[in-house]
Design a binder for this molecule. Structure first.
Ligand code: SAM
Length: 211
């Protein structure tokens, strides 16, 4: 998702109190940023923020960070966040490639990957957020019992991700190829893409994994 020419998006982000501009400086210090000891959940590739804002509203005793690569998209999440009262949600604009510079050992309790870009060309496989290369990065900062929860409509990406879980020797806690018609759907919070795809009748796959 990349929205073109959202006028003034860089300026809006630069001024915004909910965006952490130099996240590397807080590696190991996120509890100080939130001013509490609550667990930290992150969404990588949050898009316009529908999911993470709902999650933050529903779970006031969990800290949330939404990560998004593009300013033009992040600015939409900022606008949504400004409509609600929240003190447990910050945003970071960055490419997740560098995520290890931002979070320290055991600092994150849960990672959400929702409708991640599929990078269909084989030579780009390592850019997929569920590749074993990315799992190795998550390994460095996810709590021992921490989970990665991945949803997608893309069966090829889901199958690839299942293989990568095995390559990385992670543990598959649960998987479904049709979340909305399974008994696992209770408590599921829909993302923007999830809503769109399920309205089109596409089944949603979900896996929960841990290391
Ligand atoms: N998670 C949202 C949802 O489910 O509605 C948005 C899904 S959209 C298909 C994927 C988003 O991930 C885009 O906004 C894209 O810019 C972002 N993204 C992709 N690769 C990323 C990366 N390496 N680091 C940070 N954000 C990324």
């Amino acid at each position: 998702m990349r929205l073109r020419n959202v006028k003034g998006s860089r300026e809006k982000i630069a001024d915004n109190q909910f965006v952490i501009h130099n996240p590397e400086e807080y590696k190991g210090l996120w509890k100080q940023v939130f001013k509490n000891d609550n667990p930290l959940h992150i969404e990588i590739g949050m898009g316009k923020g529908q999911f993470i804002i709902k999650m933050a509203l529903n779970n006031p005793h969990i800290n949330f960070i939404g990560i998004e690569k593009y300013s033009s998209v992040l600015v939409r999440a900022i606008e949504k966040r400004e409509e609600v009262e929240l003190n447990n949600l910050f945003f970071i604009r960055m490419d997740a490639e560098d995520i290890n510079n931002v979070f320290d050992k055991n600092e994150v309790a849960q990672i959400y990957l929702n409708f991640s870009d599929p990078w269909p060309k084989e030579r780009h496989a390592k850019r997929r957020l569920t590749s074993h290369q990315f799992l190795a990065k998550y390994n460095q900062f996810l709590e021992q019992k921490g989970k990665v929860i991945f949803k997608t409509d893309n069966k090829e990406l889901f199958e690839f991700s299942l293989e990568e879980v095995s390559v990385a020797q992670w543990i598959l806690e649960s998987k479904t190829f049709d979340l909305h018609h399974s008994d696992e759907q209770e408590g599921n919070v829909m993302t923007e893409y999830e809503q769109k795809f399920s309205e089109e009748g596409k089944p949603i796959c979900r896996m929960i994994i841990h290391r």
